[in-house]
Design a protein around this ligand. Structure first.
Ligand SMILES: *[C@@H]1O[C@H](CO)[C@@H](O)[C@H](O)[C@H]1NC(C)=O
Length: 217
């Protein structure tokens, strides 16, 4: 009996621990605005003294402004996360505005720490994500103004403005610090670069092809 109870308690503890590490930790206080001066290193950011916290710690201005989409991809992301709003620390939520030029692409990327929910405010987008191994199944959808789509945490996804006018979207993310890994940049634009023979073998092409792709990043 004692062993059975111990096992049960262990299982419950294991489950609750798993829950705790499966997403950003839940706050144990009203807020934990980032103390930018702190020399303490923790998983996340240390809190500033609550008596020094002000309304500005919860405030951001400027999301009505379009990002500059004059770049190779024709898109611009304006993030509003813990880097912009100190008071978002520990709260497990953030926001981004995404602007797309005609035929602009928000290229293949993943958020290692967040699920994303995106709403189209203007224009139309062709969006998609790919499931993990072994299926690597592609889910896609054409979104028009007012349509909402979800990109599950960690999965590679994209948005493409296939139209001749600009598009605008707003995304909510389930982390104050969602992170971004842009696939092409991480693979072909790492510093220092991953060696040609590794990439050639991984992508099953010759090294000249790899050099050509690397030169774009
Ligand atoms: C947008 O970015 C391009 C390329 O970097 C730059 O030449 C241009 O001046 C920028 N436009 C504005 C309005 O900042």
């Amino acid at each position: 009996m004692a062993t059975g109870a111990t096992l049960l308690i262990s299982a419950i503890l294991a489950l609750s621990c798993f829950h705790a590490i499966a997403s950003d930790p839940s706050p144990l206080q009203d807020f934990c605005a980032v103390d930018k001066m702190s020399k303490v290193r923790v998983n996340g950011f240390p809190c500033k003294d609550a008596k020094d916290v002000v309304a500005e710690d919860f405030f951001f201005s400027g999301l009505q402004l379009a990002g500059n989409t004059t770049n190779k991809q024709g898109s611009a992301v304006t993030p509003v996360n813990v880097a912009q709003i100190a008071g978002l620390n520990t709260l497990g939520i953030s926001l981004a505005r995404i602007d797309y030029a005609p035929y602009g692409l928000n290229p293949l990327h993943t958020h290692p720490r967040a699920t994303e929910i995106l709403i189209v405010l203007e224009g139309s987008l062709y969006v998609g994500f790919v499931t993990s191994n072994p299926d690597n199944k592609l889910f896609t959808k054409v979104l028009n103004k007012g349509d909402v789509f979800v990109f599950p945490e960690g999965l590679v996804h994209f948005q493409f403005n296939y139209g001749t006018s600009k598009a605008v979207a707003l995304a909510g993310l389930s982390s104050q610090n969602p992170g971004v890994i842009t696939v092409a940049n991480a693979v072909f634009g790492s510093k220092p670069s991953i060696s040609d023979d590794i990439l050639a073998k991984a992508f099953q092409v010759d090294m000249n092809t790899i050099d050509h792709i690397q030169a774009q990043f």
